[in-house]
Design a protein around this ligand. Structure first.
Ligand SMILES: Cc1cc2nc3c(=O)[nH]c(=O)nc-3n(C[C@H](O)[C@H](O)[C@H](O)COP(=O)(O)O)c2cc1C
Length: 180
């Protein structure tokens, strides 16, 4: 344990989105721990239907997704790619038509984000590639990413060593919580 690790409440309090990474690959142990966090997440009826596709940051598939995202958004050479040059991106896909898949994917990805923080790493949950992966080229990208039959993109997460720090977001509990 170093000063950046801690119990669940510390990790929840500390986590924030990381939009800048050191060019340092994850170790096998780090990757395994992150995948464990995703795989260990609860799923409705214990269906365990969320699939995880691991890509290194230099995988050309990520470049193709970036290009399609930019094409759809009319963006020309944005300052960063969608994963902020992280060394690892994990795409979570879900079973089309299972009513709880979106919730299950959300739980899994947050488990991974918290695990990353607990390991002293940064992470970014990524939804901005949704239209690229579910649009005209859905079949093409699903094949490239080798998604299981009848699966589709749910969410992605970038993970790596933080090159930038950001304070956790603030919130207005009075406006958002009702006690009865
Ligand atoms: C479902 C979902 C999709 C997100 N997609 C993106 C994204 O595509 N790009 C990005 O930079 N941040 C993305 N984020 C991160 C949010 O912008 C971020 O969580 C929010 O601004 C709060 O900041 P914090 O994570 O630092 O607390 C996403 C977060 C969630 C939960």
């Amino acid at each position: 344990m170093n000063s950046k690790t801690g119990n669940a409440m510390d990790v929840i309090r500390r986590r924030s989105s990381t939009r800048g990474y050191e060019p340092v690959p994850l170790t096998e142990a780090e990757l395994e721990a992150l995948l464990h966090a995703g795989l260990q997440a609860p799923t409705a009826t214990n269906r365990q239907e969320i699939h995880f596709t691991v890509l290194k940051g230099d995988n050309p598939i990520l470049g193709e997704i970036e290009e399609e995202k930019n094409r759809l958004r009319g963006l020309v050479s944005p300052e960063h790619n969608f994963y902020y040059e992280a060394p690892t991106v994990i795409v979570l896909s879900m079973e089309s038509g299972f009513r709880w898949s979106g919730v299950d994917a959300g739980i899994a990805v947050e488990n991974m984000a918290l695990a990353a923080e607990a390991l002293g790493l940064g992470s970014l949950i990524i939804g901005c590639i949704r239209d690229a992966l579910l649009g005209d080229k859905k079949g093409y990208f699903s094949e490239l990413l080798r998604l299981p039959e009848n699966y589709e993109f749910a969410i992605a997460i970038a993970v790596g060593h933080k090159a930038v720090e950001k304070e956790p977001h603030t919130y207005d509990a009075d406006a958002r919580v009702t006690y009865l």
